[in-house]
Design a protein around this ligand. Structure first.
Ligand code: NAD
Ligand code: UDP
Ligand code: UDP
Length: 319
C-alpha cells in the first residue's frame, strides 16, 4: 500500500537546502515513501553527514550547487528550503542571505515554470516580524523592520513570497507557501546559535545557560517530524491550494520556561545567566494553525517534552 500522496511510480523530487536540518529530514521521508530525491545544497550551513546515510541509496542524488545560480534539471516537484535559518548564520553574510532568498526563489520559480511542476517555498514566521497580532494568522501582514540586522532574512523571505504569488498570478506556476515557526530536533547544528540547540549544548556541557533579555519573550516549538508531515501534506494538495499556511506547534513557552525544562530533562546543574536581548528580537510568537487543520488535516503530535528528549539524545551522541 502506498502512503498518502506517494505515487505508484517514483516521482523525482528536488529539495534545495536538503543538506540542512529540516531538509535532511524531508529527504529521509521522501525516500521512505518511495520517491527519488535530488538534494541540492551549497553546504553553507548544511553538512554532508546529515544525508550521509542516504548516499548509497540509488534513489538519492546529492548535488553541490548555489541556488543563486540557474539550475537546469528535470524533476516533478520542488521543495525550496535553501537559506540559512539561524540569526547567527543569516547575519554572517547578509547580502548573500537576501540573494539566496530572492534570486534563489526566481531560479526555482523559473525552473518550476519551465517544467510545469509545483514548487513549495519554506517561508517563515519571521514574515510577521515582531507581531502586533497574537497568535499570528496568515492574513496578518506583519511588523518588520526593513533596515535592521534581521531584515536580510525577514525581507528576503517576504520578497520570495511576493515572487511566488506573482509567478502564480502571472505565469500560472503551481505554488505552495508554508510559513514555518521555530522548529527543532536532531541534526540542528550545535553551533548555530538557536535557542534550543544553545540551551541543550550548554546544559550538557555544564556551562551557563544564556537567557537573552529577561527570558519572558515567547516562542512556539515544533518537532521536526511533525513539520515535515505538514510540508508533505501541503505539497500533496491540489493546485487550488497555494497558502500561505502556518506550520508550527501552538504550544507557547517563555525562554525561561524552556531553559528550566532543558535543565530538568538533562539533569544539568548549569546556572541561568542573562545576556543582552538582540535588536529586533520578537517579543512573542505563536502560530494560529486553524488553516493547516482545515486544509491539510494536519496538526503537530509531538509534545515539547518528548521532542526535547529526542533532541537531547541526539546531542548526547555527537558532543
Ligand atoms: P539550515 O541552515 O540547517 O538549512 C538550510 C540549508 O540551505 C543548508 O543546508 C544550507 O547549506 C543551504 N543553503 C543556504 N544557502 C544556500 C544557497 N545559496 N544555495 C544552496 N543551498 C543553500 O536551516 P533549516 O532550519 O533546516 O531551515 C530550512 C528552511 O526552513 C530555510 O529556508 C529556513 O528559512 C526555513 N525555516 C526554518 C525554521 C526553523 O525553525 N528551523 C523556521 C522557519 C523557516
Ligand atoms: N531558470 C533556471 N532553471 C530553469 C529555468 C529557468 O534556473 O530550468 C532560471 C533562469 O536562469 C531565470 C530564472 O530562472 O533567470 C527565471 O526564469 P523565467 O523563465 O521566469 O525568466 P527569464 O528566463 O525569462 O528571465
Ligand atoms: N535566545 C536566548 N538564548 C540563546 C539563544 C536565543 O534566550 O542562547 C532567545 C532569543 O533572544 C529569542 C529566542 O530565544 O528570543 C529564540 O531565538 P532563536 O534564535 O532560536 O530563534 P528566533 O529568534 O529566530 O525565533
Amino acid at each position: 500500500m502506498t502512503e498518502r500522496g506517494a505515487k505508484a511510480f517514483p516521482e523525482r523530487v528536488l529539495v534545495t537546502g536538503g543538506g540542512g536540518f529540516i531538509g535532511s529530514h524531508l529527504c529521509d521521508r521522501l525516500i521512505a515513501r518511495g520517491q527519488e530525491v535530488l538534494c541540492v545544497d551549497n553546504f553553507f550551513t548544511g553538512r554532508r553527514q546529515n544525508v550521509a546515510h542516504l548516499l548509497d541509496d540509488r534513489r538519492f542524488e546529492l548535488m553541490r550547487h548555489d541556488v543563486t545560480f540557474p539550475l537546469f534539471v528535470e524533476v516533478d516537484r520542488i521543495f525550496n528550503l535553501a537559506c540559512p535559518a539561524s540569526p547567527v548564520h543569516y547575519q554572517f553574510d547578509p547580502v548573500q542571505t537576501t540573494k539566496t532568498s530572492v534570486v534563489g526563489a526566481v531560479n526555482m520559480l523559473g525552473l518550476a515554470k519551465r517544467l510545469k511542476v509545483p514548487v513549495l517555498q519554506a517561508s517563515t514566521s519571521e514574515v510577521y516580524g515582531d507581531p502586533t497580532v497574537h497568535p499570528q494568522t496568515e492574513d496578518y501582514w506583519g511588523n518588520v523592520n526593513p533596515i535592521g540586522p534581521r531584515s536580510c532574512y525577514d525581507e528576503g523571505k517576504r520578497c520570495a513570497e511576493t515572487l511566488f504569488f506573482d509567478y502564480w498570478r502571472q505565469h500560472k506556476v503551481s505554488i505552495k507557501v508554508v510559513r514555518i515557526f521555530n522548529t527543532y530536533g536532531p541534526r540542528m547544528h550545535p553551533a548555530d546559535g538557536r535557542v534550543v540547540s544553545n540551551f541543550i549544548v550548554q546544559a550538557l556541557r555544564g556551562e551557563p545557560i544564556t537567557l537573552y533579555g529577561d527570558g519572558s519573550q515567547t516562542r512556539s516549538f515544533c518537532y521536526v517530524d511533525d513539520l515535515v508531515e505538514g510540508m508533505l501534506a501541503m505539497m500533496d494538495t491540489g493546485a487550488a491550494v497555494t497558502g500561505p499556511v502556518n506550520l508550527g506547534n501552538p504550544g507557547e513557552f517563555t525562554m525561561r520556561e524552556l531553559a528550566e525544562l532543558v535543565k530538568e530533562l538533562t539533569g544539568s546543574r548549569s546556572e541561568l545567566v542573562h545576556r543582552p536581548l538582540p535588536q529586533d528580537d520578537p517579543r512573542q510568537r505563536k502560530p494560529d494553525i486553524s488553516q493547516a487543520k482545515a486544509v491539510l488535516d494536519w496538526e503537530p503530535k509531538v509534545p515539547l517534552r518528548d521532542g526535547l528528549e529526542r533532541t537531547i539524545a541526539y546531542f548526547k551522541s555527537i558532543l
